[in-house]
Design a protein around this ligand. Structure first.
Ligand code: ZN
Length: 183
């Protein structure tokens, strides 16, 4: 079932979600709904809080990219936690389905280690790199009430994009669009 995505101004986006203690039928339904909602919105990730459920659950699916074997895979993580952050960082463009119509530049670690629980209640541990590491950091932030707009490289490094293009993956493309919108 499609869920409504809440947007900035809704105080729930600023609250910390609670951990999932047990994978109940309700949690399974929520996860399926989140995947469906993310796909329908052409998003690359979604946290439960974005559909108004204050539980620590994220779903991620980045577009297929032949140079990246972790692309195009669906990740479902409950209670996701970053247990290690690499020293190397990179600036990239992010958007958010809860901040419609905007994209901005954020500096993120290029490699992290994420721990949590999968949708079957089994331990999850993964080391995403590059763009996928960025998406994980963005979604885990949601579980803690943090938005990418809190982490802009500079307050003016945010710009308008066409509705539906918030989750812009290609930084270069977004920069070109930024130039278009700079006026
Ligand atoms: Zn977001």
């Amino acid at each position: 079932m499609l869920r409504k995505i809440i947007t900035v101004g809704d105080p729930r986006l600023r609250r910390r979600s609670r951990p999932v203690l047990k994978v109940t039928p309700e949690i399974r339904t929520l996860i399926n709904d989140m995947i469906e909602t993310m796909d329908a919105a052409n998003g690359v990730g979604l946290a439960a809080v974005q559909v108004g459920e204050m539980v620590q659950a994220i779903v991620i699916e980045t577009p297929e990219d032949e140079d990246d074997p972790t692309s195009g895979k669906l990740f479902v993580v409950l209670n996701p936690e970053i247990v290690k952050t690499g020293k190397e960082t990179e600036v990239g463009v992010e958007g958010c389905l809860s901040v419609p119509g905007y994209a901005g530049e954020v500096e993120r670690a290029t490699e992290i280690v994420v721990r949590g629980m999968d949708r079957y209640g089994k331990p999850f541990r993964f080391r995403p790199r590059g763009y996928l590491a960025r998406v994980f950091q963005h979604e885990i932030d949601h579980c803690n009430g943090v938005l990418y707009t809190d982490r802009l490289v500079a307050p003016d490094r945010i710009w308008e994009v066409k509705p539906g293009e918030e989750e812009q993956a290609e930084a270069e493309d977004a920069r070109q669009r930024a130039a278009v919108h700079a006026g």
